[in-house]
Design a binder for this molecule. Structure first.
Ligand SMILES: Nc1ncnc2c1ncn2[C@@H]1O[C@H](COP(=O)(O)OP(=O)(O)O)[C@@H](O)[C@H]1O
Ligand SMILES: [Mg+2]
Length: 213
């Protein structure tokens, strides 16, 4: 069983967007996918409620109430959607459950500052320093040709954890979210630029680089 934690201490950075899109991706690749929502706002679970029945099943669990109880042993991939502002004990708890962390970051000075602190905090965990837990950074909601996007791009290049992928700001994410789908499940003619932007993240997740040594 593989556990992928999507986390960033800032609200609105794209945790639920990345978590739901990953769940949609894996639902076509493996037998059993669970999406565990640790945020009491339950955005991921609301997304799942809207998922049409004809699409591959994803099991939704309210982690903020029940923890990981309810994750069936035969689950292949568990996607964990973290809340904003995780306290120390809760963070430790989430970290203990994962082998891979994805940190989505928005182009905003406040988000970059918060992320730098968070990366620093994570580096203090033995699980991270001993490479039992792999971190990948992802830019989210970028707008081409903006100064702040250049800054985010530079910022992410300079961090110790690898900078894996960048997702543009696009209506397709809203469209997919409101329909209970991932952008990979939208028609290709509509969503191909966004679908392509997921390839580097999927390649990284499929490689050993994102898994414990
Ligand atoms: N790449 C994107 N393009 C357009 N809208 C996005 C994108 N990523 C996230 N959003 C929107 O931004 C808002 C915050 O994203 P969300 O995934 O809920 O963040 P978090 O879970 O970190 O609070 C949501 O309304 C979401 O639909
Ligand atoms: Mg969320």
């Amino acid at each position: 069983m593989r556990h992928i934690l999507v986390i960033n201490p800032k609200g609105g950075s794209g945790k639920s967007t990345v978590a739901t899109n990953l769940a949609a991706h894996y639902s076509h690749k493996v037998d059993r996918v669970a999406l565990v929502d640790f945020d009491s706002q339950e955005s991921s679970l609301e997304w799942l409620e809207r998922r049409p029945e004809r699409y591959p099943e994803i099991v939704g669990l309210a982690g903020h109430k029940d923890g990981m109880r309810g994750v069936n042993r035969s689950t292949d991939v568990v996607i964990i959607d973290a809340p904003a502002r995780t306290h120390k004990t809760e963070l430790t708890d989430l970290i203990n459950r994962a082998e891979t962390i994805i940190i989505p970051v928005q182009p905003s000075p406040i988000d970059m500052d918060a992320t730098a602190k968070f990366i620093d905090e994570l580096s203090g965990y033995k699980k991270v320093s001993s490479k039992q837990l792999k971190i990948g950074l992802v830019a989210n909601r970028f707008k081409e040709n903006t100064l702040i996007w250049d800054r985010l791009d530079n910022f992410l290049e300079k961090q110790k954890p690898p900078y894996i992928a960048a997702f543009r700001e696009a209506q397709n994410y809203i469209r997919a979210y409101t329909r209970g789908l991932g952008v990979n499940e939208l028609p290709e003619y509509l969503a191909w630029p966004d679908q392509q932007q997921w390839d580097p993240l999927i390649t990284w997740l499929d490689s050993k680089r994102s898994q414990p040594k």
